[in-house]
Design a protein around this ligand. Structure first.
Ligand SMILES: [Zn+2]
Length: 417
């Protein structure tokens, strides 16, 4: 499987280069007008060597033009001829690998990031398409690899058929995730707007991971901070070993395992939290934070002589680490997916002024907030700052939905009254 990963990664990067070339070529032709003799595309007598299409594969099947994925896929037989070691990889796995690349480009065309070349650290899984993998008791059959024992963490319910299967390498071993499907079960639909009974607003924070509009506060276990010391020790040990030695490999493994532990703990906590929220209310409103912007590096500062002076980055580093430990982005994705499953409505609203506005009289003043305590300068309303921000967030969400519903608000904690 390790060998496969290496081969697949090479193939992925090779095909990625091909697609980037053809994309850049179309976006901005580097050699003026050009033509392609194979595809009878436009022609200029001066330059005719650069292909507008990707270099791999046949662009036509009969009269029909192939899309980028099909073109690269048609190249696979030739690849196996030229490089016979690719024959060891199951053919559908190679195709799925190209699909992965195609998805990366589709995401890019939909406004996500530019596809990246994959390093060994970033390429850890391969897929089987549906109807390839077989299961029998505690054994699994992976085509071209064979039968092997595995730990089935959850039994597959009756009536479900196996869909695509992903084999993934993690720090403590290999994992298989199996997608299952039962066509009889209807897809969950979001609830009708007039049937909504309860709504909740959530304010994201660091110490309190979530402050809810019903007055509840969910603490952040800060898993990374808990294991910070162990992680630092293992990091140091790993960095002081001789490079590429066996001992360094072992130390790096130990480090990777603790990193995985942190991720596992956090993921588990977040799933449980997401389910808790989905049971609590029909509408979940969160704030739309620019997290990437929050952990951005401070701009370098220069004095009059052009010498660099302190810009506050070193102080911000600690905060950035705490923000990363919260992993709000992952939490939001999980809440969203659970909400969809339960038929709840998930919303993100602009958090502007939500922490400054009084939820009692809608007065906006930056002086309203005094650290964790909120005191309205207009009506002397006292509350916990985060909880009352979440009330504003919840109201904003309900406004967008256009339903008239009083938010489930709770009384402020006693210490503030
Ligand atoms: Zn007020």
């Amino acid at each position: 499987m390790l060998q496969w990963l290496n081969l697949l990664r090479c193939h992925y990067n090779f095909c990625l280069r091909d697609r980037i070339d053809s994309y850049e070529q179309v976006r901005q032709p580097t050699l003026g007008n050009y033509c392609d003799l194979r595809t009878k595309a436009e022609c200029c007598p001066l330059t005719c060597s650069v292909s507008k299409n990707s270099q791999l594969g046949e662009p036509y099947k009969g009269d029909k033009k192939r899309n980028a994925y099909e073109m690269q896929s048609s190249e696979l037989p030739k690849l196996k001829q030229a490089r016979p070691w690719y024959k060891t990889v199951h053919s559908t796995v190679l195709q799925q690998n190209l699909r992965k690349l195609d998805t990366a480009f589709k995401n890019f065309f939909n406004g996500k990031g530019y596809p990246k070349f994959k390093t060994k650290q970033r390429f850890k899984s391969f897929n089987y398409p549906p109807n390839q993998v077989k299961l029998k008791g505690n054994k699994i059959y992976l085509p071209s690899i064979g039968w092997m024992r595995f730990y089935q963490s959850r039994l597959i319910p009756d009536g479900f058929s196996l869909r695509s299967v992903t084999v993934r390498k993690k720090a403590d071993g290999w994992y298989i995730s199996i997608q299952i499907e039962d066509k009889i079960i209807p897809k969950s639909q979001p609830k009708d707007l007039d049937k909504i009974e309860s709504a909740i607003g959530c304010d994201l924070g660091i110490k309190k991971l979530l402050a809810l509009s019903n007055g509840e506060q969910i603490k952040n276990p800060q898993f990374e901070k808990q294991l910070e010391r162990t992680k630092a020790i293992r990091q140091r040990r790993s960095s002081r070993k001789k490079r590429r030695s066996k001992n360094q490999k072992k130390a790096a493994q130990r480090l990777a395992r603790i990193e995985q532990k942190i991720v596992n703990q956090r993921t588990d906590y977040q799933w449980k939290l997401a389910h808790y929220l989905a049971r609590l209310a029909d509408v979940i409103v969160l704030e739309d934070l620019n997290i990437q912007g929050m952990i951005k590096r401070c701009k370098p500062k220069q004095d009059e002589d052009g010498k660099y002076i302190k810009n506050g980055q070193s102080a911000k580093r600690a905060l950035n680490r705490l923000i990363r430990d919260c992993s709000w982005g992952d939490l939001k994705l999980k809440i969203q997916s659970v909400a969809e499953k339960f038929g709840c409505i998930y919303l993100e609203v602009n958090p502007k002024y939500t922490s400054q506005q009084c939820s009692n009289c809608s007065h906006i003043d930056s002086a309203n907030r005094d650290k964790e305590k909120f005191v309205c300068t207009n009506c002397n309303f006292i509350a916990d700052a985060d909880n009352q921000a979440s009330i504003n967030i919840g109201r904003k969400g309900l406004e967008i939905l256009g339903i008239n519903l009083s938010l489930a608000t709770g009384s402020p904690p006693e210490s503030y009254v």
